[in-house]
Design a protein around this ligand. Structure first.
Ligand code: 13P
Length: 252
C-alpha cells in the first residue's frame, strides 16, 4: 500500500513569525502514522527558521524552486545544495506558476530535476493542463509531454525520489476543484505513462498528489481515489486548522 503524502505549498505568503507559528502548529497536529507523510514548503527566506522549528518532528521541509547549477553568478537563485543545507528534503519543481508565470520549459525542468536529485533532494514534480487545453481535449497530450520531457534520462532508482503532483491549472486558487472522476482519470493516465517510461514497479510505487483547491471538505473524497496518493495544498495550507483537517482526510 502506498503512503499518503500531504504537502503545503505556502507560495509567497507568510511573515517570518507566521511561518514559524504555522510550522509549529502543523508539527504538533500531524498524526504519528507511518502511512501519512507531511511536508511544508515555505518561502525560501524562512527555510532555515522553519527547519529549526521542525527539527525532531515528523514534518518534512521543502523548497519551492531551485536552479540547476551547483553555484555561480545567478543573481536571485538557490542551488539544490543550498536547499539541502537549509534543511530541505524536498523541492517543488515545475509548478504551473513557474511554468506559466516565469516561462519554465520542460527542458529547463528536466535539468533542474536531474540536478536536484543528484544533490540528494527529493523532487515534487508538478504537471497539469490549462483550461483551454482541457477544453480542447489535450489533457493527456500535455501530461504525456510534461512527463516524457521533464523526466527524460532519469533512472528507475532516481524515480524513487520523485513525487508527482497533478495540478490542473484551472483548479489552482480558483475554488474549482477537479471532480473525483476527472482527478482519478488523470492520475490513472499519469501512472500508466510512468509504467510505459519506467516499468510496473516504479508505476506502483510512485506517489501522485492532486493539487488545485484542495480543502477540508473535499480532501477525503479525493484522497480515497485509487490513484490519488496525497495532496499538494496551496491556500488551505496557510492555516494549521485547515491543513491538518486535510491531513486527517488521508487517515484510513
Ligand atoms: P490552491 O490549493 O490554493 O488551489 O493551490 C494549489 C497549488 O498550487 C499547490 O501547489
Amino acid at each position: 500500500m502506498r503512503p499518503k503524502f500531504i504537502a503545503g505549498n505556502w507560495k509567497m505568503y507568510t511573515t517570518l513569525a507566521a511561518a514559524k507559528e504555522l510550522a509549529a502548529a502543523v508539527a504538533k497536529g500531524a498524526p504519528a502514522d507511518p502511512n501519512i507523510r507531511v511536508a511544508v514548503c515555505p518561502p525560501s527566506a524562512w527555510l532555515t527558521a522553519v527547519a529549526s522549528v521542525l527539527k525532531g518532528t515528523a514534518v518534512s521541509l521543502g523548497g519551492q524552486n531551485c536552479h540547476f547549477e551547483k553555484e555561480g553568478a545567478f543573481t536571485g537563485e538557490l542551488s539544490p545544495a543550498m536547499l539541502l543545507e537549509a534543511g530541505c528534503q524536498y523541492v517543488i519543481l515545475g509548478h504551473s506558476e513557474r511554468r506559466h508565470g516565469f516561462g519554465e520549459t520542460d527542458a529547463l525542468l528536466n535539468k533542474k530535476t536531474t540536478a536536484a536529485l543528484g544533490a540528494g533532494l527529493k523532487v515534487i514534480f508538478c504537471i497539469g493542463e490549462l483550461l483551454a487545453e482541457r477544453e480542447a481535449n489535450q489533457t493527456e497530450t500535455v501530461l504525456d509531454r510534461q512527463l516524457t520531457a521533464g523526466l527524460a534520462g532519469l533512472t528507475s532508482e532516481q524515480m524513487a525520489n520523485v513525487v508527482l503532483a497533478y495540478e490542473p491549472v484551472w483548479a489552482i486558487g480558483t475554488g474549482k476543484v477537479a471532480t473525483p472522476e476527472q482527478a482519478q482519470a488523470a492520475h490513472a493516465f499519469v501512472r500508466g505513462k510512468i509504467r510505459t517510461l519506467f516499468g510496473e514497479k516504479v508505476a506502483q510505487a510512485v506517489l501522485i498528489q492532486y493539487g488545485g483547491s484542495v480543502k477540508p471538505d473535499n480532501a477525503a473524497t479525493l484522497l480515497n481515489l485509487p490513484d490519488v496518493d496525497g495532496a499538494l495544498v496551496g491556500g488551505a495550507s496557510l492555516k494549521a486548522d485547515s491543513f491538518l483537517a486535510i491531513v486527517a482526510g488521508a487517515v484510513r
